[in-house]
Design a protein around this ligand. Structure first.
Ligand SMILES: [Zn+2]
Length: 209
């Protein structure tokens, strides 16, 4: 049940992994027991960040079970992670912007849908309350206005949400050059509002629950 809650939390915030694998020397994150989140792609929609676009993989007891989003480059990262298609139970696509779905054609099995998040949803905070790992997208810096602000939560809001949910761990992902460039300031904004463990994701990072 706890797994399910965590999975759904990640799914909603995309607005946010036996033996079969055990022998592969490519694996860097598939413990035989428990739940591990692997960041397949931590980049954004523009090719200015040197990262794959959005994609997250949940390893459960050493198997690659859930893929959440499949933006450009995820097909490659999926292979690099040592994940197996035959182990996948679900593929979830948060929304059909290209940076979340371009590589879906290569991966498609079944899909769930969820919307973007800009931090205005109290319902989400309630839903994600007490989550183990909260994955938040940070493609925009503090002070963003216009469409960027309508679509995405700036760092200060990310920090507030993380605290409100009581997340045990906050993972930042879905970066663009404009948020990476001001990373130090962005992290200050978050840390002044959230004092739990904070991870800035890179492609293929593994995060244990
Ligand atoms: Zn996106």
């Amino acid at each position: 049940m706890k797994y399910r809650t965590s999975i759904l939390t990640i799914l909603l915030f995309c607005a946010i992994t036996t033996t079969g694998n055990a022998g592969s020397d490519k694996l860097n994150c598939a413990p035989n027991k428990g739940l591990t989140l692997q960041i397949l792609g931590s980049g954004g929609p523009v090719a200015d960040d040197g990262r794959a676009s959005t994609g997250y993989l949940l390893w459960i007891n050493g198997r690659s079970r859930f893929l959440i989003d499949s933006g450009g480059g995820i097909f490659l990262r999926f292979g690099e992670a040592g994940a197996r298609f035959e182990d996948l139970q679900h593929i979830a696509i948060s929304h059909f912007h290209t940076d979340h779905s371009t590589d879906l054609v290569a991966l498609l099995k079944s899909a769930y849908f969820s919307g973007d998040q800009n931090g205005s949803s109290d319902a989400f905070v309630e839903f994600a309350s007490g989550t183990n790992v909260l994955v938040m997208h940070m493609p925009v810096p503090e002070g963003i206005t216009g469409v960027g602000r309508k679509l995405h939560a700036p760092p200060s809001i990310i920090g507030k949400i993380a605290t409100k949910t009581g997340a045990e761990k906050l993972v930042l992902s879905h970066f663009m050059a404009r948020s990476l460039n001001g990373m130090e300031d962005n992290l200050i904004q978050i840390r002044s509002r959230y004092n739990g463990p904070l991870i800035s994701a890179n492609d293929l990072d593994c995060i244990n629950f």
